[in-house]
Ligand binder design. Structure first.
Ligand code: ADP
Ligand code: DP6
Ligand code: CO
Length: 335
């Protein structure tokens, strides 16, 4: 009978207001640009990790299905577990049972909540310290955006620098700093064709606009950061929309061009601009997928939701508010 050490963690996805897109070339999964996000309550990944000496390889069960050993997700999970084994001196393989309560690999930041939850659960199960900065660094080594989901509220992650190996996100302001509301216009079901890691690698390698994006991103980040601290929705909207559009412009100019948008994506952008022209506070951001995330005030959330649902091609909306960082599930002792 083998001894099993297990822990369960829950983490939320986050949406970047100042985008990360592109890695430094030095191979440590370091972002080329600074980013700033809001962690969202209302969507979550729950992940249980059980180190078990009777296993001969790491297993990933995602959404009720056992993934093959050579699946991309299984390999990413095993890579994170290898780091945990190296740091803790443990040698057992682990069974990882995870579920996302929102679409996976669709541009809704499943890699962020997934690897933040996995980093916390695996660290706890292996008996490693679980301070959020350590969880953030461990998660970042597998998916950069996951570094930010270790923390709740408004979270920043600086760009990598030469010689960095450790790099964790830092909390900028707690979730109750600013009661923003988010309406996500879902424009397609199912996973995207090009994952974020591949999309940004292709952009960095082939887009003549990628260097311009890397040049522009820090001042867009500064503007986003100042607007968040000042709780200035109009200034935040201008900077966040510019960050998203500059990021997408760099991908659209890649060779061949990488366009994450559909017609419905553009229709939602137009609808947000119409809402704003009519005096409703709202701005959009778009990640590596066709959905549009619209930020507004709690008072205007219902009107914004109704307006987005009326846009042709919008299948449904998901509403969310700022939420907390990754946490261990109750009774998840980690031993
Ligand atoms: P997204 O926009 O959803 O973050 P990405 O392309 O960045 O899309 O990442 C999706 C990948 O993250 C999946 O293909 C899979 O490898 C991994 N992933 C997502 N959810 C989980 C999970 N719960 N457990 C393990 N890996 C996951
Ligand atoms: C457009 O963190 O998913 O959502 O680091 O390769 O795992 P990897 O990519 P990922 O990229 C997220 C890109 C983005 C913008 C953002 O979240 O900052
Ligand atoms: Co992702």
């Amino acid at each position: 009978m083998s001894v099993v050490s297990r822990a369960t963690a829950i983490a939320h996805p986050n949406i970047a207001l100042a985008k990360y897109w592109g890695k430094r070339a030095d191979g440590h999964n370091l972002p080329a640009v600074p980013s700033l996000s809001v962690t969202l309550a209302g969507m979550a990944t729950t992940t249980e990790v059980a180190f078990d000496a009777s296993l001969d390889r790491d297993e990933l069960h995602l959404g009720g299905a056992a993934l093959p050993p050579d699946a991309e997700a299984t390999r990413r999970v095993a890579g994170l577990l290898d780091r945990v084994r190296a740091a803790s001196g443990r040698r057992e393989r682990a069974r990882v049972v995870s579920r996302n309560d929102f679409p996976t690999a669709a541009g809704l930041a499943s890699s962020a909540s997934a690897f933040a939850a996995l980093a916390l659960a695996a660290s706890a199960a292996a008996g490693l310290p679980t301070a959020p900065a350590l969880v953030s660094d461990l998660a970042r080594k597998t998916s950069v955006s996951a570094a930010r989901s270790a923390f709740g509220g408004f979270v920043e992650l600086r760009a990598g620098r030469p010689g960095d190996e450790a790099l964790a996100a830092t909390p900028l302001a707690p979730e109750d700093h600013w009661p923003l509301a988010v309406v996500i216009a879902v424009t397609r079901e199912g996973p995207k064709d090009v994952g974020s890691s591949d999309g940004m690698r292709h952009t960095a390698m082939t887009s003549p606009y990628f260097p311009a994006w890397v040049d522009a991103a820090p001042s867009l980040f500064d503007a986003v950061r100042a607007a968040v601290l000042a709780r200035d929705l109009a200034a935040l909207g201008a900077a966040a929309e510019a960050s998203a559009l500059c990021m997408h412009a760099s991908s659209i100019a890649a060779s061949p061009g990488l366009l994450y948008w559909t017609g419905a994506t553009v229709e939602v952008i137009a609808a947000v601009r119409r809402l704003r022209a009519q005096g409703t506070p709202a701005f959009f951001t778009i990640d590596a997928g066709p959905h549009v995330k619209v930020f507004t005030t709690p008072e205007a959330q219902a009107a914004v939701g109704a307006a987005l649902l009326a846009v042709p091609g919008v299948l449904r909306t998901i509403t969310a508010v700022p939420g907390g960082g990754a946490r261990l599930a109750p009774s998840s002792g980690g031993a």
